[in-house]
Design a protein around this ligand. Structure first.
Ligand SMILES: [Cu+2]
Length: 120
């Protein structure tokens, strides 16, 4: 009985331990534009229940939705207030996908976001 109880306790700790952060919402705050010659800022926003989440280690791998341009790796900088910024020179306007990998307090999160890039 005691053994069963400790297994249940462990399971409970495991389940609650995994649930924090799973409600993080990743959105694009400022999509980059395409201009054919220079870098453009790209900013993501991370929040939970409308509150900004700061202090994430976060990267994004960009790929085009319907075409193969390979992957573009971005290290995002924590700008505070839940905003994470980098800059990128994209090969084309159109529909892009950002595969985001984030980490906080030893927990990691993954999310894919689709966004449109306009020609400047
Ligand atoms: Cu393309």
């Amino acid at each position: 009985m005691r053994k069963l109880f400790s297994i249940l306790t462990l399971l409970l700790i495991f389940l609650t331990g995994c649930s924090s952060g799973s409600n993080y919402e990743f959105t694009i705050d400022t999509p980059p534009t395409y201009n054919g010659e220079k870098d453009s800022p790209i900013i993501f926003k991370v929040s939970e229940d409308g509150k900004p989440i700061e202090g994430l280690e976060i990267i994004a791998n960009l790929e085009m939705a319907k075409m193969d341009h390979g992957e573009i790796h971005l290290n995002l900088q924590d700008k505070g207030n839940g905003l994470y910024e980098s800059s990128v020179e994209l090969p084309m306007a159109g529909e892009w996908i950002a595969n985001i990998e984030a980490e906080k307090d030893g927990e990691s999160f993954e999310k894919a976001i689709t966004f449109d890039v306009d020609e400047e």
